[in-house]
Design a protein around this ligand. Sequence first.
Ligand code: FAD
Length: 285
Amino acid sequence: MIKDLFSEKKQLLSFEVFPPKKEDEFANAISVLDSLAGLQPDFISVTYGAGGSKSKKTVEIASYIQNQLHIRALAHMTCVGSRKEDIDAVTAQLREAHVNHVLALRGDRPSYMSDEQFEGRHFSHASDLIHYLGTNTDLHIAGACYPEKHYEAGDMESDLIHLKEKCEAGAEFLITQLFFDNDAFYRFLEKAGKSGIQIPVCAGIMPITSAKQLGTTVSLSGSAVPKQLADIIATYGDDPADMRKAGIDYAIKQILDLKAHHADGIHIYTMNKPKVAQEIAAAIR
Ligand code: FAD
């Protein structure tokens, strides 16, 4: 079980991958996974579409990780567009594939969802999904958290109240939204601890290898960009090779600092780029 590793090891290293969008990209996804497996991560997580329609691909990839690579697979699962029957169907597929860890998420509102559909959704929040899975399955459950608060939350205090509800519902550990400012993460950990959140937290790090990627990432995550990273983009943004190196160096520095501060785990958003993960793993181990 992943939760036991936190007391057995100094620090966990994990990766996040996304499933192939098209059937003919499956072979490439497998080769990405084979390369990542060589880095011996403690677990690999697999993302899931907010609407749930592509859940089969998440299960297939998670199954490969768990059963062929013999690495713990953490399958993401969102509930914003799901009924209980849909969740039951996915959990049955996971059980069949011997995947027993899930990152239970609400998910972002899909663009096709009307106000009425969103307001009337079957699972209002991730904590409802965690409670449902905890009551109806044997799955081990993780939850998401946000060092710079979730974009819908009015303030950090209310976000932490809801985060505590996820822990009370049965989340065994947390993975953060990506962040570029470690101080924001340390402040968050302190506040979470004071709010009574005691479960391990894996720090989500995304290596930025191009200026374009930073733009997309920031608009999706809302993460703040510290001056040092903004300066890197200004200096190297037009030179792909230098930008890639400077972006990887920034992520390595972030991780070394997190290690020095005894973070429970480092979760690398690999963007399915195994070479980047290899360079980082070599530098931080
Ligand atoms: P929740 O925990 O439900 O929180 C969402 C908002 O609701 C927050 O503002 C919270 O404060 C508020 N809230 C919670 N409970 C209550 C309550 N009882 N009353 C009032 N307000 C409440 N998305 C995907 O589609 N697929 C993925 O694979 C995926 N992977 C992710 C992995 C990680 C590590 C992270 C951090 C995010 C991931 N996301 C993914 C994005 C995520 O789905 C979105 O951030 C989504 O908007 C919130 O999901 P959540 O599970 O954090 O929701």
